[in-house]
Write a protein that binds this ligand. Structure first.
Ligand SMILES: [Ca+2]
Ligand SMILES: [Ca+2]
Length: 197
Protein backbone atom coordinates (compact mmCIF):
# COMPACT_ATOMS: atom_id res chain seq x y z
CA UNK A 1 0.00 0.00 0.00
CA UNK A 2 2.80 2.35 1.06
CA UNK A 3 4.78 1.38 -2.01
CA UNK A 4 1.81 2.11 -4.20
CA UNK A 5 1.30 5.52 -2.57
CA UNK A 6 4.98 6.31 -3.08
CA UNK A 7 4.74 5.31 -6.71
CA UNK A 8 1.72 7.57 -7.21
CA UNK A 9 3.54 10.47 -5.54
CA UNK A 10 6.62 9.87 -7.69
CA UNK A 11 4.53 9.79 -10.83
CA UNK A 12 2.53 12.87 -9.84
CA UNK A 13 5.36 15.09 -8.61
CA UNK A 14 6.81 15.96 -12.01
CA UNK A 15 3.34 16.93 -13.22
CA UNK A 16 2.70 19.05 -10.13
CA UNK A 17 5.98 20.89 -10.49
CA UNK A 18 5.70 21.30 -14.23
CA UNK A 19 8.62 18.98 -14.99
CA UNK A 20 6.88 17.23 -17.86
CA UNK A 21 6.88 18.93 -21.23
CA UNK A 22 3.41 19.11 -22.75
CA UNK A 23 2.96 18.88 -26.53
CA UNK A 24 2.15 22.57 -26.84
CA UNK A 25 4.94 23.80 -24.56
CA UNK A 26 7.15 25.31 -27.26
CA UNK A 27 4.51 27.95 -28.04
CA UNK A 28 3.66 28.70 -24.43
CA UNK A 29 4.00 32.25 -23.17
CA UNK A 30 5.32 32.92 -19.67
CA UNK A 31 2.52 32.64 -17.15
CA UNK A 32 0.23 31.20 -19.78
CA UNK A 33 1.43 27.62 -20.09
CA UNK A 34 -1.58 25.92 -21.70
CA UNK A 35 -1.63 27.72 -25.06
CA UNK A 36 -2.17 25.20 -27.87
CA UNK A 37 -0.11 25.50 -31.08
CA UNK A 38 -2.49 26.60 -33.83
CA UNK A 39 -2.01 27.98 -37.32
CA UNK A 40 -2.77 31.68 -37.91
CA UNK A 41 -5.75 30.58 -40.02
CA UNK A 42 -7.27 28.52 -37.21
CA UNK A 43 -6.56 31.29 -34.69
CA UNK A 44 -8.38 33.75 -36.95
CA UNK A 45 -11.42 31.45 -37.17
CA UNK A 46 -11.52 31.04 -33.41
CA UNK A 47 -11.18 34.81 -32.90
CA UNK A 48 -14.05 35.45 -35.32
CA UNK A 49 -16.51 33.19 -33.56
CA UNK A 50 -15.13 31.72 -30.33
CA UNK A 51 -18.46 30.43 -29.05
CA UNK A 52 -19.44 28.87 -32.36
CA UNK A 53 -16.06 27.14 -32.54
CA UNK A 54 -16.39 25.89 -28.97
CA UNK A 55 -19.88 24.55 -29.71
CA UNK A 56 -18.81 22.78 -32.91
CA UNK A 57 -15.76 21.22 -31.24
CA UNK A 58 -17.71 20.16 -28.15
CA UNK A 59 -20.44 18.60 -30.28
CA UNK A 60 -17.87 16.67 -32.30
CA UNK A 61 -15.98 15.49 -29.19
CA UNK A 62 -19.23 14.39 -27.52
CA UNK A 63 -20.75 12.92 -30.65
CA UNK A 64 -17.78 11.10 -32.14
CA UNK A 65 -15.37 10.58 -29.23
CA UNK A 66 -15.15 7.67 -26.81
CA UNK A 67 -15.36 7.86 -23.01
CA UNK A 68 -11.75 9.12 -22.83
CA UNK A 69 -12.12 11.76 -25.53
CA UNK A 70 -11.64 12.02 -29.28
CA UNK A 71 -8.53 10.85 -31.15
CA UNK A 72 -7.14 12.03 -34.50
CA UNK A 73 -8.83 9.19 -36.36
CA UNK A 74 -12.11 10.12 -34.73
CA UNK A 75 -11.70 13.73 -35.90
CA UNK A 76 -11.17 12.58 -39.48
CA UNK A 77 -14.12 10.20 -39.18
CA UNK A 78 -16.34 12.96 -37.81
CA UNK A 79 -15.53 15.24 -40.77
CA UNK A 80 -16.39 12.43 -43.20
CA UNK A 81 -19.55 11.41 -41.37
CA UNK A 82 -20.93 14.94 -41.08
CA UNK A 83 -20.43 15.49 -44.80
CA UNK A 84 -21.72 12.04 -45.76
CA UNK A 85 -24.84 12.68 -43.71
CA UNK A 86 -25.52 15.94 -45.57
CA UNK A 87 -24.82 14.28 -48.94
CA UNK A 88 -27.08 11.31 -48.30
CA UNK A 89 -29.85 13.54 -46.94
CA UNK A 90 -29.83 15.58 -50.13
CA UNK A 91 -29.62 12.54 -52.43
CA UNK A 92 -32.53 10.94 -50.56
CA UNK A 93 -34.65 14.04 -51.16
CA UNK A 94 -33.79 14.12 -54.86
CA UNK A 95 -34.24 10.39 -55.38
CA UNK A 96 -37.64 10.60 -53.72
CA UNK A 97 -38.75 12.52 -56.82
CA UNK A 98 -37.03 10.26 -59.39
CA UNK A 99 -40.16 8.26 -60.12
CA UNK A 100 -38.79 6.09 -62.95
CA UNK A 101 -35.54 5.45 -61.13
CA UNK A 102 -33.28 6.47 -64.02
CA UNK A 103 -31.13 8.63 -61.76
CA UNK A 104 -32.41 11.95 -63.13
CA UNK A 105 -35.38 14.05 -61.99
CA UNK A 106 -37.42 15.59 -64.80
CA UNK A 107 -39.85 18.44 -64.23
CA UNK A 108 -42.81 16.10 -64.85
CA UNK A 109 -41.58 13.64 -62.20
CA UNK A 110 -41.24 16.46 -59.69
CA UNK A 111 -44.79 17.63 -60.37
CA UNK A 112 -46.28 14.16 -59.82
CA UNK A 113 -44.16 13.57 -56.71
CA UNK A 114 -45.29 16.89 -55.24
CA UNK A 115 -48.94 15.76 -55.23
CA UNK A 116 -48.15 13.62 -52.20
CA UNK A 117 -46.32 16.42 -50.39
CA UNK A 118 -47.38 19.04 -47.83
CA UNK A 119 -47.20 22.71 -48.79
CA UNK A 120 -43.88 23.12 -46.99
CA UNK A 121 -42.39 20.02 -48.60
CA UNK A 122 -43.48 21.22 -52.05
CA UNK A 123 -41.79 24.57 -51.58
CA UNK A 124 -38.57 22.85 -50.48
CA UNK A 125 -38.73 20.33 -53.35
CA UNK A 126 -39.17 23.11 -55.95
CA UNK A 127 -36.32 25.11 -54.42
CA UNK A 128 -34.04 22.09 -54.37
CA UNK A 129 -34.89 21.16 -57.97
CA UNK A 130 -34.18 24.73 -59.13
CA UNK A 131 -30.92 24.93 -57.20
CA UNK A 132 -29.69 21.54 -58.37
CA UNK A 133 -30.64 22.13 -62.02
CA UNK A 134 -27.51 24.13 -62.74
CA UNK A 135 -27.89 24.18 -66.56
CA UNK A 136 -31.58 25.11 -66.32
CA UNK A 137 -32.91 22.34 -68.63
CA UNK A 138 -35.64 21.44 -66.07
CA UNK A 139 -33.98 18.10 -65.34
CA UNK A 140 -31.64 17.34 -62.46
CA UNK A 141 -29.12 15.01 -64.05
CA UNK A 142 -26.99 12.49 -62.13
CA UNK A 143 -24.00 14.84 -62.50
CA UNK A 144 -26.05 17.74 -61.15
CA UNK A 145 -27.14 15.54 -58.22
CA UNK A 146 -23.51 14.84 -57.36
CA UNK A 147 -22.70 18.56 -57.51
CA UNK A 148 -25.67 19.38 -55.29
CA UNK A 149 -24.69 16.65 -52.83
CA UNK A 150 -21.14 18.00 -52.65
CA UNK A 151 -22.46 21.52 -52.08
CA UNK A 152 -24.66 20.20 -49.27
CA UNK A 153 -21.67 18.44 -47.69
CA UNK A 154 -19.64 21.64 -47.75
CA UNK A 155 -22.59 23.64 -46.44
CA UNK A 156 -22.81 21.24 -43.49
CA UNK A 157 -19.08 21.42 -42.80
CA UNK A 158 -16.99 23.89 -44.78
CA UNK A 159 -13.25 23.60 -45.38
CA UNK A 160 -12.62 26.22 -42.70
CA UNK A 161 -14.57 24.22 -40.14
CA UNK A 162 -12.89 20.99 -41.22
CA UNK A 163 -9.52 22.71 -40.76
CA UNK A 164 -10.60 23.76 -37.30
CA UNK A 165 -11.57 20.21 -36.39
CA UNK A 166 -8.26 18.87 -37.76
CA UNK A 167 -6.52 21.28 -35.38
CA UNK A 168 -8.38 19.80 -32.41
CA UNK A 169 -5.50 17.52 -31.43
CA UNK A 170 -3.47 20.63 -30.51
CA UNK A 171 -5.74 20.82 -27.47
CA UNK A 172 -4.55 17.43 -26.21
CA UNK A 173 -2.86 19.03 -23.19
CA UNK A 174 -1.79 15.78 -21.49
CA UNK A 175 -0.60 14.38 -24.86
CA UNK A 176 -2.40 11.05 -24.42
CA UNK A 177 -3.73 11.11 -27.98
CA UNK A 178 -7.26 12.01 -26.91
CA UNK A 179 -8.89 15.44 -26.67
CA UNK A 180 -11.55 15.93 -24.03
CA UNK A 181 -14.07 18.76 -23.82
CA UNK A 182 -12.27 19.98 -20.71
CA UNK A 183 -8.93 20.17 -22.51
CA UNK A 184 -10.53 22.02 -25.39
CA UNK A 185 -12.20 24.52 -23.05
CA UNK A 186 -8.92 25.01 -21.19
CA UNK A 187 -7.02 25.56 -24.43
CA UNK A 188 -9.57 28.04 -25.75
CA UNK A 189 -9.53 29.92 -22.44
CA UNK A 190 -5.72 30.11 -22.62
CA UNK A 191 -5.97 31.79 -26.01
CA UNK A 192 -7.97 34.61 -24.39
CA UNK A 193 -10.26 34.66 -27.39
CA UNK A 194 -13.34 33.16 -25.82
CA UNK A 195 -14.91 36.39 -24.62
CA UNK A 196 -17.48 38.38 -26.53
CA UNK A 197 -19.79 37.37 -29.35
CA1 LIG B 1 -36.10 10.14 -63.48
CA1 LIG C 1 -30.17 20.08 -65.53
Amino acid sequence: MLRRSLLIVMLTLPVLFGLTVPAWADAARPGDPAVPVLSPEVLRLIAENPRGVARLCEDVISGYGGPGGLDAEGVQGAIGLLRADARSDLMRRLWATDLDGDGAVMQGELEIAMRAMSAGQRARAIRLHELADVDGDDTVSPAEMRLAAEAAALARLGDDEAGLLRALMAFDADANGLVTRQEMRGGLAALHLDQGT
